[in-house]
Design a protein around this ligand. Sequence first.
Ligand code: NAD
Length: 492
Amino acid sequence: FQANRDRAAPLLAKLKSDGIGHMIGGKTVPSVSGQTFETKSPVDGAVLASVARGTAEDIDRAATAAATAFKSWRDMPAAARKKLLHRVADAIEDNADDIAVLECIDTGQAHRFMAKAAIRAAENFRFFADKCGEARDGLNTPSEEHWNISTRVPIGPVGVITPWNTPFMLSTWKIAPALAAGCTVVHKPAEWSPVTADLLAKLAKQAGLPDGVLNTVHGMGEEAGKALTEHPAIKAIGFVGESATGSAIMAQGAPTLKRVHFELGGKNPVIVFDDADLDRALDAVVFMIYSLNGERCTSSSRLLVQENIAEKFIEKLTARVKALKVGHPLDPATEIGPLIHERHLAKVCSYFDVAKKDGATIAAGGKPHDGPGGGHYVQPTLVTGAHARMRVAQEEVFGPFLTVIPFKDEKDAIEIANGVQYGLTGYVWTGDMGRALRVADALEAGMIWLNSENVRHLPTPFGGMKASGIGRDGGDYSFDFYMETKHVSLAR
Ligand code: NAD
């Protein structure tokens, strides 16, 4: 704990004195308007830094810088681009410990999880660095009279808009493939967590990324974010955030015919059948909602458990939830840190009353938690006695909040699992592989894990159905979004 604090102290002092500017065309600059906003720590409400508050003018400067840099970045030999992106990964790895503590203080996420997040971020860069050039390979499908060659070219400068949950890792997940595809980027990070986005822009510059290839404009969603989605030089928007914001972005981008890629909300089911390895299932159920403060799009926030094992399973689960350690995010023993913002804490806590009004039972938690620093802590919460139509079984709470819904049989489980507007992930626990595959086939979700918690393999497709998203990331799927497919016919 003390070692983490000692590491954080000088970084925070420097952050406070330097403040956070935009990164535009390789330079750290204030907003044209001179406006700023304060970013505060969820741990104790301390002001971490004064941050440049971008407006349409700043977005215009950044989009122009990205457009200017585009041609030479697009035309850079793949081997050179690959080398540069590996250098960004090196820089992230070299600074992983600093990134981890800053992320903890800026977002409230526990260090035990954030220590790995920076490593994952470096992997994102390495994986896509190695794919540089691959996406441009042509495909020849000759006909009688022509050679027909399909190629892919980068779409142009793109906008990347990211949320505040695990912001560093998540930003690299969107930015690395865009850069590998040959696009230049304007990044608008979440206003509640600007610290590590600033660090990423600086590390990328130090690693030698040419000026204008990765630009960062901080600010509010409805101001800087909106301007980015409307800018004519920006050809596509990769967005991660709430479903309602996705709808707004689609409308904002319509006049300039923006291509959009959305990773949105979820209300993901974990389904536990009576023939499952119940000890493993219990571990996974706890991990997938109470890690990362439950502020995780892929969290399994609905537990569907078979009726005949429900009582015993819930009893063990309740004991596990009550034993979770809420505390300071830099304490390695902490499992749940403070939530990102007082507004988000109020939202999560509002569901305690919603659950009670709907007639459900709060079996564990159900109150704010008095944690170190007096920040936005909440007790990990377990709601039982719920049925599928209740609000706590339908709405994304996005906190350490799990709703348990018993089911009778396979058909019942599938119906409940699919009975929400979302369709991001599903988790199935059963000893019967035939059933596992049948249920996976029937679930309306973009990603399904059988007898496993969420483990990412970077070449595989990542994304959601229904209100959980449009498009897929990962491997070559990312290049489908960041590139145009071009067809060339040559007479034989
Ligand atoms: P949010 O939608 O409020 O904000 C996300 C980003 O969009 C922020 O940078 C914000 O400034 C910007 N924004 C807001 N309004 C905008 C507008 N009108 N135009 C342009 N940009 C705008 O989301 P959040 O609260 O920061 O993040 C939590 C949400 O993100 C949850 O719903 C969660 O499920 C979702 N999420 C999804 C995935 C996924 O992969 N599916 C991953 C992480 C988070």
